[in-house]
Design a binder for this molecule. Sequence first.
Ligand SMILES: C[S@@+](CC[C@H](N)C(=O)[O-])C[C@H]1O[C@@H](n2cnc3c(N)ncnc32)[C@H](O)[C@@H]1O
Length: 314
Amino acid sequence: MHHAPVMPREILAHLAPCPGQVYTDATAGLGGHASLIAPHLLPGGTVVLCDLDPGNLRHASAAVSLAAPGIRVVAINSNFAQLPHELASRGLHTDLLLADLGVASVHLDHAERGFSFMRDGPLDMRLNPEAPMTAADFVAGLPENELARLIAEYGEERAAKAVARKLVQERANGPINTTARLAAVVRSVVRPSPGGVDPATRTFQALRIAVNDEIGSLEALLAAAVADASKAARAEPGDWLAPGARLAFIAFHSLEDRPVKLAMSQIIARGGQDLTRGHATPAQDEVSENPRARSAKLRAVRLPSCSTTENHDV
Ligand SMILES: C[S@@+](CC[C@H](N)C(=O)[O-])C[C@H]1O[C@@H](n2cnc3c(N)ncnc32)[C@H](O)[C@@H]1O
């Protein structure tokens, strides 16, 4: 299994890992970024890995231990919305945080995970296989207006109402529980766009975001970061971020980037430093080698570094 980490040079430059620091990867995936950063944390140093997908988390833990033998690894199988609480409950304050949003290529490559309209599989889309609701459950259970709202909002699909109407008609003939059937239903009402993007793309994105509460989780993580930035601005210790913590977020579409941009500006307004001066995008050579990188937007900030200790010393 392989997942080329996106914008590796930029992530290393902006997070600037140092020996002994705590690095937290909110979206461990296959451990690509974490394995790049971990050797820079030695000697000492801790890598906290978080992922909703237990298989990915195991893979990432093994990859980090291989890349930086002897490093302390803390693996947390959870939604990153709970990460601030998970760190605080372990008494950990992270110096570095990375969130590389979305799904990993393994999710799209494995038909049985139900993310891909290119490969037929059960209509699942859960990052956490223990989560209660699959994409098929959403399609089967939501009223037409809710389906239309979800597809419009999370898929930015202009034909959302027509798609929802067709899904409701079709589900009366039997459950829509495979990716191929969902894709066929969507393609029957949405015309292909001139750029050749598959008409099913936006509806699949919408369901994936809804099934995994991707935007709600991101907003919760960002709100916790802004809360600690506010504390840092008042020279109070944070609950989970260390003084001067560096945070980096990689977004792949505007629904993700919008809340990241807002939170970054709130952190900057509280005295944080804008490390990417707005946002950074991958260099052309990276996009040629790794097409997944083409829509990436990286935003990185540094929290104010004054701690209570420094404050008392003044
Ligand atoms: C793009 S991949 C990360 C790849 C990783 N940076 C690497 O280099 O290997 C995103 C990962 O985040 C996980 N993920 C997505 N949303 C999550 C959430 N809300 N909480 C925890 N993990 C999440 C996915 O399961 C996936 O493994």
